[in-house]
Design a protein around this ligand. Structure first.
Ligand code: KIV
Length: 258
């Protein structure tokens, strides 16, 4: 097992795991210093390409963005999301994971689903591909409105089973997306691998957010997102200063000319 994964596993019940997305070199460089896991999520479909669903994201897109992120990631664990329809069966999942890892030099893959993908996860792990699971709200297979999971008893039971099946299949961690606090606590106490929450309360072993959301670059207003910065405004201010300097012939000055 990779040392970076061992380090992450050791954090369970000790210190919180920090996970952030990055889709390119500059973002990856910045978050790498502060994150345990850098995720090239297929959320890039909506964040960068304005897709209405992550189902439109292709493996080639994921690979190109991960190659860029790889340049910036030096110490964190770099995880690529396997996009929709790239892991429908064991051989497809293995072929595409091998391609992703070979072409990007990333450390692990993430797949959505619990019990449904347990045999696929087992197969990947058996073939030395580290896998991060993802249960609760799984955008690749959600039809219609996104909503939190684990409200009623049958959903709670399903989530617990999903988490256990992923652990038994060899996943090194599980992203819990939009799961009620009581059940994310139960899952976190039940499994021996770390849980990483997004909209799943402070009860998880770690947290993940889309970096573009938390810095205030992407305009979203999901309840689970907290804006820790207002980069959109900073960029706008710089662009306006530049525009005014150009119009007033203050830029380029002698200092910026040859
Ligand atoms: O695609 C993504 O960025 C994700 C995280 C939000 C967990 O799956």
């Amino acid at each position: 097992m990779k040392n970076k994964i061992k380090k992450i596993l050791k954090k369970k019940n000790k210190s919180k795991i920090v996970c952030l997305t990055a889709y390119s070199k500059n973002f990856a460089e910045i978050v790498d210093d502060h994150a345990d896991i850098v995720l090239v999520g297929d959320s890039l479909g909506s964040v960068l390409y304005n897709y209405d669903t992550t189902r439109k994201v292709s493996l080639s897109m994921m690979i190109e963005h991960t190659k860029s992120a790889r340049i910036g990631v030096k110490k964190s664990l770099l995880v690529i999301d396997l996009p929709y329809n790239t892991y429908r069966n064991k051989s497809e999942a293995l072929r595409n994971s091998k391609r992703a890892i070979k072409e990007t030099k990333c450390d692990a893959v993430k797949v959505e689903g619990g019990t449904r993908v347990k045999e696929i996860v087992k197969h990947l792990v058996k073939n030395r591909i580290p896998v991060l699971g993802h249960i609760g709200l799984t955008p690749q297979t959600t039809k219609g409105k996104f909503r939190s999971k684990g409200k009623n008893e049958s959903e709670k039971r399903k989530l617990l089973k999903d988490a256990q099946d992923l652990e038994h299949s060899g996943a090194f961690g599980i992203v819990l997306e939009c799961i009620y606090s009581d059940i994310s606590k139960k899952i976190t106490n039940l499994v021996n691998i770390p849980t990483i929450g997004i909209g799943a309360s402070v009860n998880c072993d770690g947290q993940v957010l889309v970096t573009d959301d938390l810095i205030g670059l992407n305009e979203t207003n999901f309840r689970f997102v907290k804006k820790f910065g207002n980069i959109r405004k900073n960029i706008k201010d710089a662009v306006i200063k530049y525009k005014n300097s150009v119009k007033q012939k203050k830029f380029p000055s002698k200092k910026n000319s040859y």
